[in-house]
Design a protein around this ligand. Structure first.
Ligand SMILES: [Zn+2]
Length: 190
């Protein structure tokens, strides 16, 4: 596991925040969800929107990364205005159809008792929530505003609430672009 790296872009719709856990940083592709602890950090960062207690395990991580592998090609196809890959469409529909484990009634000699949902309940709920976010994003009011950062070295996606927004963050990619333009002007002037 690599050292902790901050998530470069949070606060977009959940489906985008998940896809943005893969980034191109310093010229290399980086997977910021590189272990269950990293997923814990992401879930903590999203705690205002995702109900999750306790620690994620390897199976949680594998399931979230598999879903990210479905959302990523769908959202990038949407941004590129190309058809979503059929396998990814099927993958998202499978995630949307995940049954949410419910508590059960058991009638014992002592009378009726509620048996809690299984351990898989919170994972199923998480996957359904992330898949639902992708469905809303692809078909809802913000669909036409999903963009990829304009910096050629950046793969992050965002919803351009302001139609003039071009960068994932003006403090990083916007600034890099400004510095590059300034450099070109200086070279041309000299
Ligand atoms: Zn960027």
């Amino acid at each position: 596991m690599t050292a902790f790296r901050p998530f470069p872009l949070l606060g977009e719709p959940l489906a985008l925040d998940l896809v943005n856990t893969r980034a191109h940083l310093g010229g290399v592709d980086v997977d910021l969800l590189d272990g269950p602890r990293a997923l814990d950090r992401w879930l903590r960062a999203e705690r205002s929107r995702i109900a999750w207690t306790g620690h994620a395990d390897a199976a949680d991580l594998a399931a979230v990364i598999a879903l990210r592998g479905v959302l990523d090609p769908l959202l990038r196809a949407h941004v590129a205005r190309t058809p979503g890959p059929a396998a990814a469409v099927r993958g998202l529909n499978r995630a949307l159809a995940i049954a949410l484990p419910q508590p059960r009634l058991e009638w014992t000699r002592g009378g009726p008792r509620k048996r809690a949902a299984s351990d898989g309940a919170r994972r199923a709920t998480l996957l359904r929530q992330l898949a639902g976010s992708a469905l809303e994003l692809l078909t809802g009011a913000d669909a036409a505003r999903v963009r990829r950062c304009a910096h050629p070295d950046c793969i992050l996606l965002f919803v351009a609430g302001n139609p003039r927004r071009r960068w994932c963050a003006s403090s990083t990619c916007g600034n890099r672009a400004r510095v590059a333009r300034h450099y070109v002007r200086q070279q041309q002037a000299g």
